[in-house]
Design a protein around this ligand. Structure first.
Ligand code: COA
Length: 183
């Protein structure tokens, strides 16, 4: 329950996505990997981007999801969120536009979201889910200190079909330093 919180990292500003971001979100979500590996609709329309920015404000208000736009200067480079916030736990999710990848932006933004979850929000556990084989997402989770907890057989949708899913967790008491899952 509350007002959207803005977060600052060394290179990024994280704040509520708004109507000025619709074009950038629409463009980024044309990316096949974002459509495949996240829960965004596929195909992704401009109306999807418009309804998303409206919903995000409601989610902040109700306290069910906290979603931030990752901004590098004037550019929206991605979106990071804490989803399914309930009973002291939440799920970390992120996507970054293809042009913004490989620069550590996702790790930097997600680290700020993690610190917010375990700091002001006082959560005790964060979960991360990804389709088995989504190594870029797994690298980000490892850099944040998430521990691999297993594989959920056919646990996720992978572009329209069921696929095995990795699950990893980070507790508020865990070190937030890079780990290796030996994948
Ligand atoms: C996952 C994603 C957000 C990572 O974005 P990013 O900005 O490139 O992330 P970062 O730069 O912070 O870190 C990426 C790490 O993954 C590594 N990486 C990138 N692509 C990779 C690949 N195909 N295989 C293995 N590692 C990969 C990078 O080398 C980097 O690790 P390093 O710093 O140790 O070299 C981005 O690829 C994306 O949006 N993918 C589609 C949506 C998605 O999968 N979201 C997560 C759903 S669970």
């Amino acid at each position: 329950m509350g007002e959207p919180a803005s977060l600052t990292t060394p290179r990024l500003f994280l704040s509520l996505p708004g109507s000025d971001d619709v074009d950038a979100i629409f463009d980024a979500c044309q990316d096949p990997l974002i459509q495949r590996y996240t829960t965004v609709p596929s195909p992704y329309t401009r109306e999807d981007a418009e309804s998303f920015v409206g919903l995000v404000a409601e989610w902040w208000e109700s306290g069910t999801e906290h979603v931030w736009a990752m901004r590098a200067g004037d550019d929206l480079v991605g979106v990071v969120g804490l989803h399914r916030i309930k009973d002291g736990a939440a799920e970390l999710g992120y996507w970054t536009a293809p042009s913004g990848r490989g620069q550590g932006y996702t790790t930097e933004a997600a680290r700020a979201a993690v610190n917010f979850a375990f700091g002001p929000m006082r959560l005790e556990r964060l979960e991360w889910h990804a389709v088995v084989g989504n190594h870029a997402s797994a690298r980000v989770a490892q850099k944040l200190g998430f521990q691999l907890e297993g594989v959920r057989r056919k646990g996720l949708d992978d572009g329209g079909q069921r696929a095995d899913g990795w699950i990893a967790g980070l507790l508020s008491t865990d070190p937030r330093t890079e780990v290796s899952w030996g994948l």
